[in-house]
Design a protein around this ligand. Sequence first.
Ligand code: NOJ
Length: 549
Amino acid sequence: MKWWQKTAAFELYPKSFLDTTGSGTGDLKGIIRKLDYLASLGIGIVWITPVFRSPMVDNGYDVADYYSIDPSYGTMEDMDELFAEAKKRNIRIVLDLVYNHTSEQNAWFIESRRDRTNPKADWYIWRDAKEDGSAPTNWRGIFGGSAWTWCEERKQYYLHTFAEQQPDLNWANPEVRQELYRIANFWIDKGAGGFRVDAISYVRKPDVFKDGEPDGEDGMVSVHDMTANTPGILEYLYEFRQNVSEGKDIFTVSEANGVKANELKYWVGEHGAFDMLFEFSHVNLEFKGVETWCKPDPWKLADLKKALRDSQEATKDNGWYPIFFENHDKPRSISHYFPEDADKNAAAKVIGTVLYTLRGTPFLYQGQELGYDNFKWDSIDCYNDISSYGQYEFALQEGLSEEEAMACVHRFSRDNSRTPMQWDDSPNAGFTSGTPWLPVHEGYRTENAEAEEKDPSSVLNWYRALASLRAEETVLTDGSFTELFEDDPYLYAFRRKNGDAELITIVNFSGNTVKYGLAEESDCDVLLSSFPHETGVMKPYESCVIKKR
Ligand code: NOJ
């Protein structure tokens, strides 16, 4: 087994982690200060979302210069110190490579947009207008509005899968690809332990650009449906592997929306392009295809169980999944998977227990270990997230009232997971001595690291217990997965087994007391349970892990 299969990862959103200067935004020194906290959670990988120089239209996912640190986060010396301090604690820092697009303020784009003959003219995706002057195709960007923006200087449109300030790079140009590999190697030489590769399934564009069947009242179709996972993409990805990761002691995980289970073997595993891949079916249960917040489908536990079963099945013989239920683009898992009146402490433990005992590497997202939930701000103007604005506008266009559109934002906004870390109960939760860039969640008075540290039944201490369990019970890493009680509408349960070693996880996603029959339970010891466990009975929102004697 590889080191990255045995450890656990922590996704860190630096802007909201810890501010050491009073600027109101987190910084690299703040991460260094909390490395011991991360080590106490048994974390071996810290994935930091982008910290490169950026105008922050999309909080760093719009990179202006890949070779420098954004001044709001600190300096290159801080980054060097972070690599060194993390190494002392056996933690690898994994950087986020945003390679589908750059910022419009990147020097490459500034040059590219100047005219059609400059040295960078072909570094982005430029196309002429249709005869009537309109955009080359009817594709809608993922953050809403057309995926094309007119550039007066070149008298052409450029493509942007995301915001207009995020022009897509032209991967068909080998010079672009070589430069991207050079950047990755620059960071490996500096000490990066690996990479999370952003939005990689969009880098190969179709040979012919054409209009798609409209999927909304705006007459447009999501760019995702027209460009994600286009045939030929693997050639680029294998080239990436050869030039970036092959033969090096680093770890790679790609964000690859749109890759199907039967294609997985080409993407990950011994001959794949990456070590792991983020797949979203279990966190996108309410969306059949594109994530359109105003058109969610109802979902049931059976859907979540199926999505998890499919991914466990897909990696059974080849490849390895990162297990996750939260990230910086998703609502908090307590609010996502449980009703508002659920016992939050117990619900957080249900998610944690599944996260740490499924087959794969657990990826914990900051604040999840403290049991944060969503919040509701009254007006769209209170939000910072660029996609919340796009989704809100789209909902209004589709005929929803303002109140209905806000309800979608409350449910799905990416800001739900971006509020500052809650370190203690002092003003602004100890995150900053200044004004936080995003308000602190009001739950901070009780849900904060300092208070949870002292409370044996806290979510934080549950996560620590899970980390120890996973370190002690190797079957959680190397054991097979078999689901139990598949048809039960309330319980999720599975067995992990390797030779004589056998562990069973049972969690109750419902507020009901649920009885079950498991003959072998009489031959088991309870290793962990969130309530005193009674054989054959699961209390509301209970979690437990039992071990065969
Ligand atoms: C996926 C990232 O996770 C998200 O935060 C970002 O907005 C888009 N890619 C664009 O880079």
